[in-house]
Design a protein around this ligand. Structure first.
Ligand code: SAM
Length: 295
């Protein structure tokens, strides 16, 4: 390309909340006013022209579609929980990925959505209500304080870990949400990144301790190696000692983890310039025959 593609030229995405509306009906309804296509990777994602503003659309207001970027919409499918599973969303508010999990699980099974900050639990509950899901339990708790050995978590088969991060993958490229310079300055603050990275590593290590867990997804909206590949690399020995391997959630996806350790080609990145957002997704998977009873 001869010129830098500005953010405004990137397509807009909406995720169809299949708990309330099927994808073809959403497509038909949106086609009355917009040019809409299905996404080539995610079956519940629709692509609209750059600049399309659907904030006040009735389908958004009634929870039939969610304004959710492609990268963010890749996280729950990367975990791909089966209907009937017990799933823990460790850092859940505002809950976009929580309710996406519920849609993928087709109302079957149980989702525990954990959120540390009380004021954000309210937003989480609003999202859950809007989605129409009835199998999500919102929990105001520090994920690190949840006892993995407690009987109430003994059947958790999948964990989605989308911890607090610098947000560097979304902040810099959003022309419609320009951040104050203070927040931009924080992005380069090494101390802050170190603190975030330490928490992210701790949380991921904690997730590995749940006895029945088969799949763990770790995601950030950061472009920094220290919050992404470095976190994965540092927990890899512990993960492997618990029988986990890095799995490859979207083999057809071209943009992969930085080549800083063996296996990093399994990691998924999105490029802010190309995809509008800088996201990172890692999937740990283990098949443990002894701990997969079907209840
Ligand atoms: N997954 C969410 C979504 O898609 O809507 C976004 C999650 S956001 C990146 C991270 C969330 O984790 C924040 O709401 C933050 O308050 C929460 N959080 C931070 N530390 C936590 C902890 N120790 N336990 C539980 N939640 C935590």
């Amino acid at each position: 390309a001869l010129h830098q593609v500005p953010d405004v030229s990137l397509p807009r995405y909406v995720r169809v909340n299949t708990l309330k509306l099927d994808v073809d009906s959403a497509l038909l309804e949106l086609r009355e006013k917009y040019s809409v296509q299905k996404d080539d990777l995610l079956s519940d994602l629709l692509v609209l022209p750059p600049g399309t503003d659907l904030h006040d659309h009735p389908l958004v207001k009634n929870g039939s579609i969610f304004l959710q970027g492609k990268a963010s919409s890749m996280v729950a499918p990367a975990l791909s929980p089966e209907p009937g599973w017990e799933v823990l969303d460790a850092c859940a508010a505002p809950g976009n990925k929580t309710v996406h999990l519920a849609a993928l699980m087709k109302r079957k099974g149980r989702i525990i959505a954990c959120e540390l900050r009380k004021e954000r639990v309210k937003r989480l509950k609003d999202t859950i209500k809007l989605s129409g899901a009835s199998n999500i339990q919102a929990l105001n708790e520090d994920f690190l304080n949840i006892d993995p050995k407690a009987s109430s978590y003994s059947k958790v088969q999948a964990i989605l870990l989308d911890p607090s991060c610098s947000g560097s993958g979304t902040a810099a490229t959003r022309l419609d949400h320009l951040l104050p310079s203070k927040a931009e300055g924080q992005d380069t603050d090494m101390e802050r990144l170190n603190k975030l990275s330490a928490f992210q590593r701790k949380a991921l290590q904690h997730a590995l301790l749940f006895p029945a867990v088969e799949r763990i997804v770790y995601s950030t909206c950061s472009i920094h190696q220290i919050e992404n590949e470095d976190v994965i690399q540092s927990v890899l020995p512990l993960a492997e000692s618990h029988g986990f391997k890095l799995a490859n959630p979207f083999p057809e996806w071209q943009c992969r983890g930085l080549p800083v350790f063996e296996g990093s080609e399994n990691l998924v990145r999105t490029d802010p310039a190309k995809h509008g957002e800088g996201f990172f997704i890692a999937l740990f998977a283990r098949k443990d025959e002894t701990t997969t009873p079907h209840s």
